[in-house]
Write a protein that binds this ligand. Structure first.
Ligand code: IMP
Length: 201
């Protein structure tokens, strides 16, 4: 059975990948490799960060490695928060809820005075699977929507409460995880990876 390392300590991501990708794979996470040092996400694009992590951890562990990078892109803010989505407000508190709150507040502050019809945005996700020798598969996925100034919904994480999807008539935070996975940037990138992965396993 092929062993694949998911370059993440986030148990949610590991679970999502296990559920959505082909059987016949033994998935392991970074928590199984406590001695492997962290690889910095300092690339200019989501694809660059995913590739850097996949190749770096594959070389460090000798395993095929799957890495992702994702974030929010707001058109009127020249693509910000982009690769800085996780740390946009600069807040580093351990409390995830507070970080999310401050990140959303910063986006809304920057959009003040911008006409509403220009509040278009998308969530993006890039995935990269690499062996220690080379990149094997790269895929990406997106979810189009608009930013709203009144956060709504309790589900999800990050910018979900201010990201409204017109086709669904709700914010991502108002969706169940099944509804979100069916249309999300990450769901789309994983489904596209699955097609290629089945061919090379
Ligand atoms: P990472 O890919 O885990 O580094 O996540 C980057 C950041 O982008 C997260 O911390 C969130 O702020 C934001 N982000 C990525 N995906 C989502 C999503 O599905 N909903 C809301 N925010 C997201």
């Amino acid at each position: 059975m092929r062993k694949i390392l998911v370059a993440s300590t986030n148990p949610g991501k590991l679970k999502e990948l296990r559920e959505m990708l082909a059987g016949g794979i033994e998935w392991v996470g970074l928590s199984d490799f406590p001695n492997v040092g962290e690889i910095e996400e300092d690339g200019k694009t989501f694809a660059e960060n995913a590739r850097k992590k996949a190749i770096g951890y594959a070389k460090a562990t000798g395993l095929w490695t799957l890495a992702d990078d994702s974030g929010l892109v707001v058109d009127a803010l020249n693509g910000q928060p982009g690769v800085k989505s996780a740390r946009f407000s600069g807040v580093k508190e351990a409390n995830r809820g507070l970080i999310d709150h401050k990140n959303m507040a910063k986006v809304l502050k920057l959009l003040e005075g911008v006409p509403r019809e220009k509040w278009t945005a998308r969530f993006m996700c890039c995935l990269c699977l690499a062996s220690p020798e080379k990149v094997l598969i790269e895929t990406s996925g997106k979810l189009e929507g608009v930013i709203i100034d009144k956060p709504a919904g309790e589900n999800g994480f990050g910018y979900d409460p201010i990201f409204f999807v017109p086709e669904s008539n709700k914010t991502v935070a108002q969706m169940t995880s099944e509804e979100k996975n069916a249309i999300s940037h990450r769901g789309n990138a994983i489904r596209s990876l699955r097609t290629y992965l089945e061919k090379i396993l």
